[in-house]
Every structure is written in C-alpha cells, then in structure tokens.
Design a protein around this ligand. Structure first.
Ligand SMILES: Nc1nc2c(c(=O)[nH]1)N[C@H]1C(S)=C(S)[C@@H](COP(=O)(O)OP(=O)(O)OC[C@H]3O[C@@H](n4cnc5c(=O)[nH]c(N)nc54)[C@H](O)[C@@H]3O)O[C@H]1N2
Ligand SMILES: Nc1nc2c(c(=O)[nH]1)N[C@H]1C(S)=C(S)[C@@H](COP(=O)(O)OP(=O)(O)OC[C@H]3O[C@@H](n4cnc5c(=O)[nH]c(N)nc54)[C@H](O)[C@@H]3O)O[C@H]1N2
Ligand SMILES: [Mo]
Length: 695
C-alpha cells in the first residue's frame, strides 16, 4: 500500500553488467524501504540478480565508508584517522599543485574503474572534463572489452555495435560463445528460452561447463584461446557446402575472395587439432550453421581475454556476413551495443579542452605505470570506482607500485578494499540510491535515469560534487567543470541522432527509462554497415594500416595453447572467470554472498587431480613464475584435461594466502587495444605447503 508519505523513485543498477537493470526504490519518510526491479521494463521485467536484490542492505552495511580519512599506518596496512572534507581537499590541492610545478600535470593519473558505469558518476564521464582541463595523463580502460571492441570495429565499423540481443528470441540457432549468460547476463536468458520454445537449438562454446553450458543443448569445450580457428573451421564447412549467402556477400561485404581463401586454409581436421574438439562435431555444427537461418551469436568478453582475443571476436563477427544473418531479426552477432547511443559525448567530455599529445596510460598495466613509466613518473594516483589490487594483472607488481613512499594516492570508495589500504587519503563516495546518474547499457538498447532516492549517509559525496569542489580548490577558471549534474545530463542528451529523438531528461525522469527510437525489431545492418565502405569488411584496410593481418585469421594465445617448455613447467591452462555471487570484486565483502560464493576454488579434471595426488576439497597452492594463490580443489569433468578453472573477484585480504588469481596473471597485452589477457595463463597446482613462497 502506498501512503502519501511514500514515494516510488526510479533508478538503475550502476554496475558493470550487460543488463543495467531498471529498478524502483520505495521511500518512506526519507528512508529507502524497498528496492525491486522495474516490472514495466521490457528487459529487466521486475527481476534483479542474486547480488543486487539486497542493494539497500549493501548501502547500509556496517563496513560502509562514511567519512574522509588520512592514512596513519604504513601503506597497505589500512590504518586511518578521520579528517574533514576541507582538510582532504586542501591537501590534494597543495600536493597536486606542487606535483604540477615539478613534473607537469601528466604526473597525475586519474584511475577509474567499472564500479560505477554511468555518464555522470561513472566511467562514461565522471571527472573527464576536469582531467582534460588540468591536462593529466589519460586513463585507458584496457581491462574489460577493448580487444574485442577493436575486433568488432574493424569488421562492422563501430567498436560497440551488433545485433540487438532482444531479437535472439527469433533465432533458430543460438551460439553462446565464450559467455556465461546465466551468471553474467542472466536477463538475456528469457529471450533464449523464448527461442527454444520455438524450436531453436542452443549451443555453448566454452572451455568450462559453466551453468550456462550445462543448460545448453550442446556444449563445445574448446581449448582456451582457439576460437578464431573454430570460427574459420565452421565457415569452411559452410563454404564447402556452398551455403554462403552470395547475394548478401555481393551487396554488403568487401574482401570476400581473400576471406574465402583464408577460410579454405582451415579445414575441420586442422581446426580439430587447434581447438582440441572432435572433427565430426565441428563438421556437424558447421552444417547446422550452414542451414539454420536466423543464427544469432552472443559473445561477451571471456573469449577475448587472450593474446589473439581481438582477432577471435573479429573472426566470429564475420560469420553472419557470410551466412547473410545480418539481414534477419534474430540473426547476427553481438558483443556490445553501446555504439547505438550516439549521444553528445563531445559536449559531456569536452576533450577539446585537453592539451594535444597528453599521454595514455593503460589500466591493466598499473604496476608498470607506477614502477617503470618515466618523463614524468606517476607521482599521484586518484583511484575511483576501482579495486586494482584485486582486479588488475600482476598483483605483486601492483602492490609494489602502490607501496611507493613518494606516491600520493587518493582512493574514493564505498568500502575499505585492499586498494583502499594503500591510500594516503581515503574518501567516501555516495552509492546509487544517493546520487543522480544517467545510464546506457552494453547488453540492451534502453537508457535509464537514476533519481537520488535518499540523502547520503555520513559525509559521502557524489563524484560530480567531489570533482567540482576539487576544481574550486585548485582554482580552475574554466566554467564547464562546475556544471551541475542536471546540466551534464542535458548536455549529453542534446544530440541530433534520430535514435535519441524525444529522449529528454524530462521523459527519462518521468518514466525512469526509454528505449532508443529505433524500429522494432531492430535489425541494424540489413542495409549496410557503419564502415568507411558501408560494408561488412572481411578485408580491413584499417588493420593493414596498423600492421595487423587485414584478413581474419587465428592468432594463437601466448600461454594457453603452449605445449613446449612453458607447458612442461606449468601444465595447466588457467581460466579465471566471473563469480556468480560477486561482480568483479564487489560484494566479496558481503558476508551472506561471501558464504554463498564459498572459498576460492580451482576446478581440475579427475586425471589432472589424480596425477597430482589431490583429493576433492584439499587446499592447494596455484602458482607460476609471477606468484601464487591458495584455493580448494574441486574435481570435475566440467573442465577438460590440461585446463583449470578459478574465479575472479576475491578480496586478497579476505582469503587464505592474501592473494587472488591475479597474482598469477601477466601484465601482457592482447593483439588489439592493449586488452588484458586474464584467461591466457599457465599454472601448476600443488598441495600446500607451497614450494614457492613469494611473500
Ligand atoms: N555474476 C557476475 N556477473 C558479471 C561479472 C561478475 O564478475 N560476476 N562481471 C561483469 C563484467 S565486468 C563483465 S566484463 C562480464 C563478463 O561476462 P562474461 O564474458 O560472460 O564473463 P567471463 O566469466 O569472463 O567469461 C565468460 C566465459 O568465457 C569462457 N572463456 C574463457 N576463455 C575462453 C576462450 O578462449 N574461448 C571461449 N569460447 N570461452 C572462453 C570462460 O570459461 C567463461 O565461462 O560480466 C559481467 N557480469
Ligand atoms: N582474473 C581475472 N581478473 C579480472 C577479470 C577476469 O575475467 N579475470 N575481469 C576483469 C574485468 S572484466 C573488469 S571490468 C575488471 C573490474 O575491475 P575494477 O574496475 O577494479 O572493478 P571492481 O574490482 O569491481 O572494483 C570496483 C570498486 O568500485 C567501488 N565502487 C562501486 N561504486 C562506486 C561509486 O559509486 N563510487 C566509488 N568511488 N566507488 C565505487 C566498489 O566498492 C569496488 O571496490 O576486473 C577485471 N579482472
Ligand atoms: Mo568487465
């Protein structure tokens, strides 16, 4: 029953997930008393996930940070004393002014993560105007999607476009390719189920028998990092059967003859050797692909966390160009759809104010950035919405960098993470029910407005307000850094793009969300592509320009498929995937979810466990030359021999051994965009006590 004192406030989940749910907060007497998924939202349909449905409790957790603090212990120790915002901001201004005088503004690295995804408070825009005006180093988000984004862009012309995932309901064959839908994108499942009710077949391609793979009609347990070879092998079958769509190829693609020659280099027997899948199964899936229209392919970030990740996404994204699936609702491939939101990004970001030539620093090379980058060295780090100690490769190196006594580190957080423990100043940020934000999604085509529902607790402030105050302390005279949240929202929505027609702030405020103004069903490339040629580019002139093979090919992983010296020392290819009850490192400190997630585990095939004399549930040390972490053994044929599975997101300080999987992951780049290679890793597993103590 809603009483006069009760309000329903529309909002949206800010977290790094394709689903970006719309929610409704019930507020009574200034208190948020309920939060539920918006039932009217076609994609959310009232359901939130296992992590977020108790978001209100999360905002009121006893360990929530409520006041600015200054470090009193050693770096990494996590001992702090309370200070005021005035003291904190004065200290930042004084330190930064001195750093800028000595080294220039590029010695400051604003380091943001994926904890908040919005345009005002999150990675889509927060702080960007101020960093541009100051001329700090630019932060490049290499941690998540970038290699696959480039792979998509070279093929389709925009890094972040693909089929509309909602049209998967019309597919007759669905390939879930390197994506764990039921854990990482679960609102998509209802469209998949709708397709299955209409007779669609569901195939999962994943080295691990995830809950998604287990729920599919068929699971292809591919060897990690070999997907491009499988894509080319499937197309080999299509071409051998003469089932390529000639009319579509002629009208809407470029480079077919060169691509066809490349495809013919990948017959199923060769692909079987690379992917370690039986030849007959590759042929059978190829035949199914050749004869089933429409085929819809959902891929996410898992398969591109490899040395050849960009090329893999490119090769897969070419498949619907050959089969002609791009012309049908339910046909095509999708990695990300944010590119359809052609908002007024230049007005929001004001990159025109950035000094020419400011350097770019890679998020996943934080250790290198802090220890090896010179001219100028990084003297100050301002970390917000990120927990790099838990999430970034080469944890030991990251810790060494953060421990530098001369580094001035500011962390803006909701909780005292392992990263926060290294802060000189630890500042409390608002959470989603306490601030305004504007969202788009990487898994659907709706925008959402998040109205603040309650007053912030303690001294918590939104990023926008923190950065306005900081600008004032620094004496910045450029007026655009003082824009209100509402001004920022209006600026980014002020676009001539037809897809944004009518999507005003007023309408979003009233309804909470709105679908892009595009036809239903949305079939974006039936009549062409946003490339320079207007075609799906099987041969990419842009790739040739940067020295990449312009024709889709198989780029082997750096470590995962090794069978030489590295494999003799570290026989297991380790994949470290999304945890069901965490969101990256978020929620790992929520006792109920921590209990449901259980301790860190490593899944081993029975033959690999037996070869090491390991029984189920024993504690082991998982290690390579970079470091080691502790885990419990889970023996299962859900991984193939030679492959092991762990999961991401544990807080090092909350687990045995004080390290998580990223202590073993290399800082190396993927083939495109400097993407991270989390799943391209080799380890050995040994019963504890460990043979290689590293700390
Ligand atoms: N519950 C939960 N949801 C999440 C997240 C989370 O941490 N927890 N993270 C969010 C974020 S940040 C992102 S980016 C997305 C990620 O979403 P996903 O891409 O679905 O997540 P991952 O678990 O990294 O990878 C998916 C699958 O790829 C498989 N994989 C690894 N290597 C290969 C390969 O070489 N080939 C193939 N075919 N498959 C491979 C893994 O075994 C894994 O099952 O999910 C978001 N949603
Ligand atoms: N081994 C392995 N490692 C991985 C991956 C993998 O597949 N395997 N996946 C990678 C991927 S896909 C990603 S995206 C990265 C994510 O890495 P990060 O971007 O570092 O994300 P999180 O670790 O979730 O840390 C986000 C932090 O933001 C805080 N936060 C949330 N909301 C707010 C807010 O409004 N304001 C502020 N100031 N803070 C907030 C949270 O408390 C949390 O500590 O991890 C990567 N790490
Ligand atoms: Mo991510």
């Amino acid at each position: 029953m809603s009483s006069p004192a009760e309000r329903a406030v529309p909002g949206a989940c800010p977290l790094d997930c394709p689903d970006t749910c719309s929610w409704i907060v019930t507020v009574r007497d200034g208190e948020a008393v309920a939060l539920r998924g918006d039932r009217r939202h076609p994609y959310t349909r009232g359901a939130l996930c296992a992590k977020v449905h108790r978001y209100l409790d999360y905002t009121r957790a006893p360990d929530r940070l409520l006041h600015p603090q200054r470090r009193v212990g050693a770096k990494g120790e996590g001992r702090f004393a309370r200070i005021s915002w005035d003291e904190a901001l004065d200290e930042i201004a004084a330190r930064w002014q001195a750093i800028i005088r000595r080294h220039g503004p590029q010695a400051i690295w604003p380091y943001y993560g994926t904890g908040a995804m919005g345009m005002l408070q999150g990675l889509a825009g927060a702080g960007r105007r101020l960093w541009n005006v100051l001329g700090t180093s630019q932060h490049v988000m290499t941690i998540c999607t970038i290699a696959g984004a480039y792979g998509t862009g070279y093929t389709l012309g925009d890094n972040r476009v693909g089929m509309d995932p909602e049209t998967l309901g019309a597919s007759k064959l669905i390939l879930l390719w390197g994506t764990n839908t039921l854990t990482t994108n679960h609102h998509l499942w209802k469209y998949i189920e709708a397709a299955r009710r209409n007779g669609a077949r569901l195939v999962a391609i994943d080295p691990i028998r995830t809950r998604t793979a287990a729920a599919a009609d068929e699971h292809f347990a591919i060897h990690p990092g070999t997907d491009a070879a499988l894509a080319l092998g499937l197309l080999h079958v299509v071409v051998t059967l003469g089932q390529e769509d000639r009319a579509f190829i002629d009208a809407h693609t470029s480079g077919w003859e060169a691509f066809r020659r490349r495809i013919l280099e990948f017959p199923p027997e060769r692909v079987s050797g690379i992917t370690r899948l039986p030849r007959e199964r590759i042929v059978a899936l190829g035949e199914r692909l050749a004869t089933t229209r429409p085929t819809g392919i959902r891929l996410t970030m898992g398969l591109q966390r490899h040395a050849g990740g960009g090329m893999a996404v490119r090769a897969i994204t070419c498949i619907p160009g050959v089969t002609g699936d791009w012309q049908y609702p339910g046909g095509g491939a999708v990695y990300d759809v944010r590119g359809f939101v052609r908002a007024n990004w230049p007005a929001l970001w004001r990159d025109d104010l950035r000094p020419a030539g400011t350097r770019r620093l890679s998020m996943t090379r934080l250790g290198e950035g802090l220890l090896e980058v010179k001219d100028p060295p990084v003297e100050s780090l301002l970390i917000y919405a990120s927990n790099p100690v838990a999430s970034v490769p080469d944890q030991t190196k990251v810790r060494r960098g953060l421990a530098r006594e001369d580094l001035f580190t500011i962390v803006i957080e909701n909780f005292a993470t392992d990263t926060a423990d290294y802060a000189d100043l630890l500042l409390p940020s608002t959470m989603q029910t306490e601030h305004a934000d504007l969202h788009y999604a990487y898994g659907h085509i709706y925008l959402a407005w998040n109205e603040p529902a309650v007053a912030p607790p303690g001294d918590c402030l939104p990023h926008t307000e923190i950065f306005r105050r900081l600008a004032g302390r620094l004496g910045v005279t450029e007026p655009c850094v003082y824009a209100s949240d509402e001004d920022l929202a209006r600026a980014v929505l002020d676009s001539d793009d037809p897809a944004l027609a009518g999507l005003t702030l007023e309408r979003l405020r009233r309804d909470g969300w709105a679908r892009l103004s595009v036809p239903t069903p949305f079939v974006p490339f039936a009549n062409g592509f946003p490339t320079a040629s207007g075609r799906c580019e099987f041969v990419s002139p842009r790739m040739a320009e940067v020295g990449l093979d312009p024709v889709p090919t198989y780029t082997p992983p750096a470590e995962a498929a090794d069978d030489g010296a590295l494999a003799r020392r570290f026989p297991l290819a380790l994949v470290a995937t999304a945890s069901h009850y965490q969101l990256n490192s978020m929620f790992a400190n929520v006792p109920d979810l921590e209990r449901r997630q259980g301790p860190p585990t490593v899944v081993l095939h029975p033959t690999d466990a037996a070869a090491r004399g390991l029984a189920d549930d024993v504690e082991v040390c998982v290690h390579n030359d970079r470091g080691e972490f502790r885990a419990r053994v889970r023996i299962s044929d859900g991984v193939r021999p030679g492959v092991a599975a762990a999961s991401k997101g544990f807080w090092p300080k909350r687990v045995a051994g004080a390290a998580n999987v990223n202590v073993t992951v290399a800082e190396r780049d993927a083939d495109m965009g400097g993407g991270a290679v989390f799943h391209d890793n080799r380890v050995e597993v040994t019963a504890v006590p460990s043979p290689t103590p590293t700390r």
